[in-house]
Design a protein around this ligand. Structure first.
Ligand SMILES: [Zn+2]
Length: 350
């Protein structure tokens, strides 16, 4: 089973919100987008939790899968593979009264004040994924199983689904909450024939994992931002202060505003540099980005971080840790950097 990670885009947007200069005009756009992404993530989490209840010996399960077909990137929230069929499940987390407009194939949310918001019809979205996955499997010589798809809505009580009363539309592929299990049972009934053996399933699983390739995201570019929109320096970890920069004195970071002390504040700052700005840093860039007093101190800090390097002396380039996103965890519904765990090198005091 491929576990559900915190999506890269969600991590990057969350960090961007935290580190973008205060009063920057893009804040409200990023806030809105971030709220949507969080809702999407909780939808995927709810789906992943339901899927955990399925017999694990029967289904091969993947979450947040990203594949490519002829340069087209596509992402599948949850994919189930068994000996009889493949099932794509798209998670949605939209509360309120939702109206499937079967004339224009769109999903409308009707707000309490009567205003309407439109979303892409998730059934159309699923059909696209369905067709892309089928072509992907054909291309890889693994097109032995029938494919089906489902749209899953997270909340059974907070989401009300409606549609045009006079048009016959197919909702057999839409479900809410625990109804998911009935829909999967429907698939079991519909696709009775065993098409492949367990060995073949494992082969498909291995191929899928080896081809899983998350798209690199340049988050500043996504929002039309520049490097100068991210303030340089270590951010004060006291969340009521969040002053940037902190001062480096005698091996510690001290906040000039609230006197909070941090031993390894540079770790988060460098993660931010690697994720938002670029994946490498030189001594000079680092000295200026962290507001460090001397080159020697900068080098001492850089060396303490176990970063891969290329080049010599002045031109030496320090490269980001592999998968810098993995140094962020979810704690009380917030994304935070992991500090001082065994996994993280900055415990080595500079
Ligand atoms: Zn402070």
């Amino acid at each position: 089973m491929k576990e559900l990670p915190i999506p890269q885009r969600l991590i990057l947007t969350d960090i961007l919100k935290k580190f973008l200069k205060r009063h920057h005009p893009k804040h409200s756009e990023i806030d809105k987008d971030l709220a949507k992404r969080w809702a999407g993530y909780w939808g995927e989490r709810a789906l992943a939790n339901y899927v955990k209840e399925l017999p694990q010996e029967k289904y091969l399960i993947f979450h947040d899968l990203e594949l490519q077909l002829n340069g087209i990137h596509f992402q599948i929230d949850t994919l189930l593979i068994c000996q009889n069929f493949v099932l794509i499940i798209e998670a949605k987390n939209i509360s309120g009264t939702l109206y499937f407009d079967n004339v224009f194939n769109q999903l409308l949310r009707i707000n309490p004040d009567g205003t309407e918001e439109s979303f892409e019809d998730p059934r159309v979205q699923c059909q696209r994924l369905h067709s892309l996955l089928r072509r992907w499997l054909v291309k890889n010589g693994l097109n032995m199983l029938p494919i089906d798809h489902l749209v899953f809505f997270k909340s059974a009580n907070k989401t009300i689904l409606k549609s045009n009363p006079n048009i016959r539309a197919d909702f057999s592929k839409v479900c809410k909450g625990r109804d998911l299990f009935n829909k999967i049972e429907d698939c079991d009934r519909r696709y009775k024939q065993v098409k492949i053996d367990l060995e073949k399933i494992n082969e498909i699983g291995k191929l899928i994992l080896s081809q899983h390739s998350p798209k690199k995201i340049n988050i500043l570019e996504t929002y039309g931002l520049l490097e100068k929109d991210i303030p340089s320096g270590v951010m004060c970890p006291n969340s009521t202060c969040s002053q940037i920069p902190m001062d480096y004195k005698k091996g510690k970071w001290i906040c000039p505003k609230c006197n909070t002390i941090s031993k390894n504040g540079h770790f988060e700052a460098l993660l931010v540099h690697f994720l938002l700005i670029k994946p490498t840093i030189t001594n000079t860039e680092c000295q200026s980005f962290l507001h460090l007093p001397t080159k020697d101190i900068t080098q001492k800090i850089l060396l303490s971080l176990n970063l891969q390097t290329t080049g010599q002396t002045k031109k030496r380039m320090y490269h980001q840790w592999p998968n810098p996103e993995s140094y962020f965890i979810l704690e009380e519904n917030h994304i935070k950097p992991i500090l001082c765990s065994k996994k993280v090198p900055p415990c080595v005091s500079p």
